[in-house]
Design a protein around this ligand. Sequence first.
Ligand code: CUA
Length: 336
Amino acid sequence: MSAHGYDLCGSLLLLSTCAMILELSGCTGPQSTLNPAGRGAEDIANLFWVMSAGAVIIWSMVVGLAVYAITLRTRPHDHQQTAIWVIGGGVIAPTVILTCLLIYGLGLLPPLLARAPAGSLTVDVEGHMWWWQVKYPQEDGTVIELANEIRIPVGQPVEFQLSSADVIHAFWIPALGGKMDMFPGRKTRLTLEPTRTGTFRGVCAEYCGTSHALMNFQVVVMEQSEFDEWLENQKSVPRWDENDQRDEGLALFMQAGCGACHSLRGTEANGTIGPDLTHAGSRLGIGADVLPNDADSFMRWISHTNSVKPEVQMPEFRTLTDNELRTLAEFLTNLK
Ligand code: CUA
């Protein structure tokens, strides 16, 4: 091989190694499939590593043979030897390897698609353009509703019952398991079993319009006792006692018409078009996890909805004064 050829081979090798390191460096954190925190995600991560190892081995063999043919064995091969390489390396080896990978891959599917045992926790999630409506049906027939945040206990299977209010969305918590499409007028199911506590990020994995990429949610995996406590708090209405501006804030909320789209359990606001805001202040983010949950973000969200999330249905309340916005924002952040 000429010096030029070696240079080319070396550069390609270096380039692909750099690309791989760059890609893998983005694979930690709350939204990573390669840092699994659930049974399904562990299987999927293993599949990735098996496939990657297979690809690296096959790639090395092919490149090794190419280098061998170009540098060490430059004279022509005889007909019989060529036939062995073509049939062995081109037909038999790929058939055997791909069949093994297919059997291994298909074997992972049944547990990923299995339903949770009867009596498991069930959470209903409905996709909307562009937010997530989350419901915890209770034994007494009541429903605890929240938005863009899911909390589940660690170490046990949870069945998500998924649907959509408008177009096709897809429910995906990469750190916990596989993804599942959400269709209008039809229910799909996905069972996930978190294996460690922590806060993870969920996303919509199906293009669903302008703000598809701004449709996220947080998933908090908690110890059972913490989860029970949290659920108990969600059942109740927020404690108002020490919040002086409660009445003023609530009056503004009703006066501005927020209650036509949003619910605040325990008040006359009972809208169903937008997210339930009963415990809005206790959530980790606002606007489907687009902004942090604080008064400044609420002010920005209420007055500039459309620039934060293009084409969102919620109108911008630009007629509110700064003082009114501040009162409303503080009222909402206090709904814990
Ligand atoms: Cu919902 Cu993409």
